[in-house]
Design a protein around this ligand. Structure first.
Ligand SMILES: *Cc1c(COP(=O)(O)O)cnc(C)c1O
Length: 390
């Protein structure tokens, strides 16, 4: 049904769209119906786009177009959308892990994922050890006879580290482990982890995929057989995306490439500016030549993303004053939207971690995280400069 499109921009607009268009509609209408007629008469004359049953089963036309589009974008066999990024992550992990299993997870994970693994999984009989994504020699020591999977993030939050992803895939394949990766930060525009050999790619669609800070959504992309198992579990855990949110996610995704490419450019400029500024102690951005992961990021990524973090020489007090003086960035958690957002991860995304654990992970209280939006880069640079000099 789908025509093949080579370019990512073209895929974003056209891949997965129903042919013929439903009632000729250029933009897929919202199928806000919990259930659908399934009489013999209806089923016999309709193509697959009409073989819909129930919203919780993720199979309205609004879901189907997203599943096909996401699979094509990241070169997976199949995909599912979910009601949040955490729904995608928890459902995928609870599909590949059972009671008695052990997980290896990269250190420096998104706070919600870290909490899920460390606080919720023990009561399900699932254990975990953390590994340093940049130190392959240390992985074997953490392996157990019941280790089933490795969980990583393409770019870790909030320190923007890029692990030895290729070595991770090779290690997992040699040991018969499944590999899952949270690809939220790069988005399919900058990185497609399935091409590198990962089994499952996960997204918080709340962030870049949707890009407008107005819905919560998630996605999982991968091999057909794995997605089928996830689909089954998703139907029972119930983390389905509502059709209206599907519609908004779909609309947001059409401009993903334009947005992310602009954000790549703007963030690189800002990271360079901050690195040169005398009040700034350290900038974390994989696109800086000074960054430990620069070579890796260049090898695998088509862009370095819109996320960066940094510390001021004046530490926490300096960070608080700096944020107060800013006029453009909104002080809010989350990321990947059209507006620039700024937070201190110690008070938002990583507040669930206790202070000692945060310190061990190098997340200082004064660390500032910036999600670069679509404002004019010069306006952002001017604002950052006046706030730094205030
Ligand atoms: C936000 C985020 C999540 C969680 O996604 P929700 O949509 O908020 O559930 C997971 N991973 C990363 C990297 C995120 O930034």
């Amino acid at each position: 049904m789908t025509v093949e499109f080579k370019g990512l921009e073209t895929q974003l607009i056209h891949a997965g769209e129903p042919r013929p268009r439903i009632q000729g509609a250029v933009s897929i209408p919202i199928f806000q119906s919990a259930t659908f007629e399934c009489s013999d008469e209806v089923e016999s004359k309709q193509d697959s786009y009409y073989k819909v049953k129930y919203i919780r089963l993720n199979n309205t036309p609004n879901h189907q177009v997203l599943h096909e589009k996401l699979a094509i974008l990241e070169k997976g066999e199949d995909a599912r959308v979910t009601s949040s990024g955490m729904a995608a992550i928890s459902t995928a992990l609870l599909t590949v892990l059972s009671s008695g299993d052990h997980l290896l997870a990269q250190r420096g994970l998104y706070g919600g994922t870290y909490d899920l693994i460390t606080k919720d999984f023990p009561s399900f009989g699932i254990s975990c050890d953390f590994i340093d994504g940049g130190d392959p020699d240390s992985w074997e020591r953490k392996l157990k006879s019941n280790t089933r999977a490795i969980y990583a993030e393409s770019v870790t939050n909030p320190l923007m580290q890029v692990g030895e992803l290729q070595a991770l895939v090779e290690f997992a394949k040699a040991k018969g482990l499944l590999t899952l990766i949270d690809n939220t930060f790069p988005s399919p525009v900058n990185f497609r982890p399935i091409e590198l050999g990962f089994d499952l790619s996960l997204h918080s669609g709340t962030k870049y995929l949707n890009g407008h800070s107005d819905i919560v959504a998630g996605a999982v992309i991968g091999r057909g057989e794995l997605i089928e198992r996830i689909d089954h579990r998703l139907a029972h855990l119930g983390g389905t995306l509502d059709p209206h949110a599907c519609f908004l996610l779909h609309r947001g995704m059409k401009t993903l490439a334009l947005r992310v490419k602009y954000q790549n450019q703007s963030a690189l400029q800002i990271a360079g500016f901050l690195e040169e500024h005398p009040s700034v102690a350290r900038v974390n951005y994989p696109g800086l030549k000074s960054n430990a992961a620069y070579q890796r990021a260049c090898r695998w990524f088509d862009g370095f993303g819109g996320m960066l973090s940094f510390e001021l020489k004046e530490g926490l007090l300096g960070a608080k004053r700096f944020i107060r003086e800013l006029r453009l960035p909104v002080e809010a958690p989350s990321l990947g939207g059209v507006e620039t957002l700024i937070t201190r991860p110690a008070t938002t995304s990583h507040s669930g971690m206790d202070a000692a654990e945060r310190q061990k992970s190098n997340i200082s209280d004064g660390l500032v995280r910036l999600s670069v939006g679509l404002e004019t880069s010069e306006d952002l640079l001017d604002d950052l400069e006046q706030a730094l000099n205030a």
